[in-house]
Design a protein around this ligand. Sequence first.
Ligand code: SF4
Length: 374
Amino acid sequence: MPPPRTRGTALRHRLAELRGPDVPAKALDARALAALAANPGCARRAILDGAGVNKAALASALGAPSAFGQSQFALTRGNAFEAKVKADGGAELLRLVHEKLDRSAEPPTGARVPDLTATGPQGRTARTALELREAGAHPGAWTLLDHPMLALDVAGSLAFLEPDAVVVHPDGSWTVVEIKSFPLLDGSADPAKVGAAARQAAVYVLALEELAARLRPAPRVRHRILLVCPRDFSNLPAASAVDIRKQRAVTARQLNRLTRIEEIAEKLPEGTCFSPELPADELTAAVESVPATYAPECLSTCELAFHCRTRSREEGAVTSLGRPARAELGGLSTVAEVLAAARGETGDPADPAVAALRRAAALRAEALEAAACR
Ligand code: SF4
């Protein structure tokens, strides 16, 4: 077997081939990494993200453009809210961190807000690491890092990640801050949106943990993050501490699985390429050569959702009915198989899913008969 460095170079070369000649790699961000964790079994998404394929461009080239992403209006409103939260050297943001996460510490007056300007993502990552180390040399002080840059090794290549803020507490511990524009109504927000923010924050926490592990003594990365949102329908900030331990564990497991990108790539036919410049039929064949596990949740997390949903429906795949239904159906993977099992034409009667389907079919037949006799 070739040494790891040679294998890493070969994998990078293979991934560049899959992306297409001269197609720049799309950087993996925390949102993409978090979405990967949301559908861990999808080899299609794993290889496309691993190869840095621009999935929005790919979806358009396949004739199924994504309806994904924020509107310009939402982006502008979100940026204005973030600027308000971070005004005056982040005074309000730090007050919220103190109130929600570290009440026993001294209130954050005169916090350090270092300049993180540098050239390129590598330069910004190095600058962030330097300032986090420097913050450790100021025990008792609060430090706010506004839009730091973190790096995380994903399948042999570096993903650069930019949290909204990282706060260094007086005890030297680090907290991730996420600023979102969805409202906190009476102290709570849409659970789906909070879940997505928590998965994104978990990626930042993992990147911070990689960095912290290189420092002596290693600072503690807190597993409760601060989520800051507009209060009710105003643009006043409100905050909530969110425990992301579960999301962190799931994301860490999934990122470890991503190392198997090499295995997915090995199974693809020679010459497979996902360049959006290719004719649609060639591109469709390339995309279809990688197995996918479509679920309705893909609609809110993956740019290829419309393409995969159409394919999944054409194949009659039960995954398009949603994960709960899929889980109930055991080894039955298509609607045709489910119906045949319910009619008693196929399937092992000892299989609990088959038995439940036959019982349901019998009850339905009984109900229809009774209705017809009335
Ligand atoms: S939309 Fe398709 S590629 Fe994306 S995660 Fe779902 S099944 Fe995978």
